[in-house]
Design a protein around this ligand. Structure first.
Ligand SMILES: Cc1ncc(COP(=O)(O)O)c(C=O)c1O
Length: 396
């Protein structure tokens, strides 16, 4: 779908679907994305129906199939088969279940700038499984891909990385890392929550073994829903870390006997949960797919590039995000020489116009994360506030 189509659709519908854009310069999608009104309505309708009519609305058959729409749309989003998609309630939950599923011994490779969820399950489960968790050291928040490759060696059980880093937007060449991991018999497990929704993802082309992503950031859905691609062969060989009545072949048999897991990724699902969140995530993905991930990618990378160029040209601004397009996602992180980012953020809010900027401070860096509902005007407005704030701080 050409970009012009995306722009036309957005200009007409944007403010109706995302009314918060009238009030905020919303540059905080890496934290929480904005959910379109049509998705909020779908969630409310489902929730109201279940709460007011119980099984009269959600029959056994409906409940057994309540994840199927999400499964199908996620398969289209990630480029895999429906049977390779497991539905979870959060990225953290998915990674914990996967961690418990892996065998004992060996090394787990990750980095020391990952989001805690990408590391903590390996540390916790590693206490029981005897893993050596090796964190590759970042230099000024950026990790050398060569160093990750060198850390992968005989005995490595798994490599667990984000596709796009939450802090800096650094993007990894997953295909290259997957090749090295597979050479030594390791799995590549990826947290794609800062990528899926704008970055075209084909799990097969990337060669990843497990790819987890969540609803509430770039996929602009509600909290309480996540999905994981689990490569077909692993669906049969891995024993999920978390199990329950939904994990088995016939979930409504409810009989107690030997655990006979579903032969698909569904074996990783285990319980009743906030079904409305999964219904909402499906609708959000449908919306993203209708716009076209390629078009969103082109748009987001253009707006982020504009932000990075403008920031780089400002006095005292130190841009941390890699400037090269192939090395980054839709995140721009920076700091101001000699000033604490928290102080800058506080001052920035005081110097904004009618629309309040929404952005983040993470581990001492200022972070903006434009999505398809932002454009260069948002960046200009944000940078005007920043310039006024810096001027005021210089005078004080
Ligand atoms: C890379 C990454 N993984 C996981 C999460 C959180 O995932 P969840 O809340 O779905 O467990 C975040 C949230 O910021 C994140 O940036």
């Amino acid at each position: 779908m050409p970009l012009t189509y995306l722009v036309i659709v957005l200009r007409e519908d944007l403010l109706d679907e995302f009314p918060a854009l009238r009030k905020f310069i919303y540059l905080s999608t890496a934290s929480i994305g904005l959910t379109p009104v049509r998705v909020i309505k779908a969630i409310s309708k489902f929730l109201e129906s279940v709460l007011s009519e119980g099984t009269a609305y959600l029959s056994e058959e409906e409940e057994a199939n309540v994840f199927e729409e999400l499964r199908g749309l996620s398969a289209r989003l990630l480029g895999c088969s429906k049977n390779e998609v497991a539905v979870f309630s959060s990225v953290t939950e998915a990674l914990n279940s996967v961690a418990w599923a892996l065998p004992k011994g060996g090394k787990i490779v990750s980095t020391d700038v990952e989001f805690p969820t990408v590391i903590y399950p390996w540390i916790r489960v590693g206490k029981e499984k005897g893993w050596d968790v090796r964190l590759v050291h970042a230099k000024d928040f950026i990790v050398g891909e060569e160093e990750i490759l060198s850390a992968i060696s005989e005995g490595t059980k798994a490599v667990c990385l984000s596709h796009v880093e939450f802090l800096t937007g650094q993007k990894f060449d997953l295909a290259r890392i997957a090749r090295k991991a597979h050479e030594v018999g390791a799995l590549l497990i990826v947290d794609g929550v800062q990528a899926a929704g704008y970055l075209p993802v084909s799990v097969r082309e990337l060669g990843v073994d497990i790819y987890v992503t969540g609803s509430y950031k770039w996929l602009i859905g509600p909290m309480g829903a996540a999905v994981a691609y689990v490569r077909r062969e692993l669906c049969e060989s891995l024993e999920p870390g978390l199990v329950g009545w939904r994990s088995v072949e016939d979930m409504w048999s409810l009989s107690i006997g030997p655990l006979k897991y579903a032969g698909t990724a569904r074996r990783f699902e285990y319980s009743t949960s906030a079904y409305e969140a999964k219904v909402g995530m499906a609708k959000s993905i449908e919306y993203i797919l209708s716009m076209g991930v390629d078009s969103i990618y082109t748009h987001n990378m253009r707006v982020t590039e504009y932000a990075l160029k403008e920031l780089s040209s400002m006095d005292r601004v130190e841009v941390i995000t890699p400037l090269k397009t192939f090395m980054r996602g839709s995140i721009a992180s920076f700091r101001i020489e000699g000033l604490r980012s928290e102080v800058v953020a506080e001052e920035l809010i005081k110097h904004c116009g009618e629309r309040k900027p929404e952005f983040n401070v993470r581990r001492g860096l200022l972070r903006i994360s434009p999505h398809f509902y932002n454009d260069e005007d948002d960046i200009d407005e944000f940078l005007s506030c920043l310039k006024r704030a810096l001027k005021s701080l210089a005078q004080s």
